[in-house]
Design a protein around this ligand. Structure first.
Ligand code: ATP
Ligand code: MG
Length: 451
């Protein structure tokens, strides 16, 4: 590097090594889980017309008012690098006529951009996984999304994170609550933070989310949504909570949880680390790992007809910080060629085994001892040793690096022998997982065992 080597942009990350493995583990686990819930994959553009976000998310939100990367392109259009997925997916739902697939369950992941002050767990280019159900008014949709989020966190091995759940009511309840909050906070206006004085007119619900001690003093006594809930809104919320109980999803009521975006109705939620948990220590002040809710008004704000929908997003970096170090994908075999013909036959054997879905490395550097050490260090199940004698008899020496056993195997059989051994490992993994979860009889019984 010299003095004139360009620097990376502030708030971006170059992710490598253990962090990259954790990142990939989060994405792979999400991909696996979303398939269990039958969410279809979508790929979305990284930029949209600015109005997609300003209209959908709301002009008064932090995201739109101060965090967007907007620019004029060469054709004079105002474009914005996506600060979230939902608005773009809603736009696509309308412009592609995806209504025909409703209720549409989609999932995606990728980079997002927000002009924020970079710090631990907060970047200007960050990444999210995202799941949405569009065109479903039923509380079962909320339950399914939350069950998926809950299972995802379990599969990631993340503990000490709790689902904080609230309802913002339907439009009528929310408006009545809003009026109640304006009345309450107006009386103490002068004692609120500057930000909250401004929010008072534009977005009084956001005061409840304030971290400023001057505001916090008034939060406990602020009017609660429950005082304003219509019968329908209450029934909806009860359907969500009883569905969560049946699905075995633990939750806690968070009466003052509101989300930062304007479009939410009914269900709003965040998965937040419990105080004093390892997860809370790892994340520090950036506490929300996954958040979302119902956004029944969003599609209308983009000119669509009334379309109920619900979704969530989670920061991949924050999840990756909680999963700890992950091993790279298993290495099934390391080929150790020795002698004249070794290199060529090794290349051939490696390609043959990879076509059989086995992961293979070729140790082509250093002496025999170094090569074996590397195979061991890489955690390979097997070392496949190819010396001139073995090659002459169309055989390979197969050394099981776990047990130290070594035997000769013919070229014709080696793929089958390795596949069976690897399959044995895989079956053992599944069995361990089932036993680990306690099946039906374990310490944490699944509610299904009561039916
Ligand atoms: P916060 O309150 O932390 O700013 P938010 O409400 O702005 O979060 P959402 O828009 O709901 O966040 O995005 C969902 C998730 O995306 C967050 O819970 C977090 O995990 C992640 N996230 C949001 N902004 C960033 C960022 N700048 N850097 C890294 N992750 C982020
Ligand atoms: Mg934010």
């Amino acid at each position: 590097m010299s003095k004139n080597t360009p620097k990376a942009i502030r708030g971006t990350q170059d992710i490598f090594g253990a962090d990259a493995e954790s990142f990939a583990f989060v994405v792979e686990t999400f991909e696996r889980v979303r398939k269990l819930y039958r969410f279809r994959r979508v790929e979305m553009p990284v930029f949209e017309k600015t109005e997609v976000f300003s209209r959908a998310i709301g002009e008064t939100t932090d995201v739109v008012s101060k965090e967007m990367y907007s620019f004029e392109d060469r054709g004079g259009d105002s474009l914005t690098l996506r600060p979230e997925f939902t608005a773009g997916i809603a736009r696509a739902y309308l412009t592609n006529g995806w209504q025909q697939h409703a209720p549409l369950k989609v999932a995606t992941h990728g980079p997002l951009f927000r002009y924020e002050r970079p710090q631990k767990g907060r970047y200007r280019q960050f990444h999210q996984i995202d799941a949405e159900i569009i065109g479903a008014a039923e509380p079962q949709a909320d339950v399914e999304l939350l069950a998926m989020a809950d299972q995802l966190l379990r599969e990631l091995g993340i503990e000490g994170v709790t689902l904080n759940l609230n309802t913002l009511g339907d439009v009528a309840s929310r408006e009545a609550w809003r009026a109640g909050l304006i009345e309450y906070f107006s009386k103490v206006r002068g004692d609120l933070s500057e930000d909250s004085q401004e929010r008072l007119e534009k977005n009084p619900l956001r005061i409840l989310d304030s971290k400023d001690p001057r505001d916090k003093a008034f939060l406990a006594d602020a009017p609660k949504i429950d005082e304003f809930l219509s019968d329908e809104a209450l029934a909806f919320f009860e359907n969500v909570t009883s569905g969560l109980d049946a699905a075995g999803v633990k939750w806690t009521r968070a009466e003052s949880l509101v989300r930062g975006l304007d479009y939410y109705r009914h269900t709003a939620f965040e998965f937040i680390p419990d105080e004093g948990s390892a997860a809370a220590d790892a994340l520090g002040a950036q506490s929300t790992v996954l958040g979302g809710g119902r956004y029944d008004g969003l599609i209308e704000s983009l000119g669509g007809s009334v379309t109920p929908a619900v979704g969530w997003a989670a920061g991949i970096e924050r999840l990756a910080m909680l999963v700890g170090e992950k091993e790279a994908a298993p290495l099934h075999a390391s080929i150790v060629p020795i002698g004249e013909n070794g290199a060529k036959v090794a290349a051939s054997l490696a390609s043959f085994l990879r076509m059989h879905d086995l992961s293979v490395d070729v140790a082509f550097r250093g002496n025999m001892k170094k090569r074996m050490t590397r195979a061991n260090d890489a955690g390979a199940f097997f070392a496949l040793i190819l010396g001139d004698d073995e090659i002459a008899s169309r055989k390979v020496a197969v050394k099981n690096l776990r047990t130290g056993d070594q035997s000769l195997c013919s070229f014709d059989d080696v793929a089958v022998v390795l596949s069976e051994a690897v399959e044995g490992e895989e079956m053992a993994r599944v069995a361990r997982k089932f036993r680990g979860s306690g099946g039906f009889a374990g310490k944490e019984r699944h509610p299904f065992s009561n039916y």
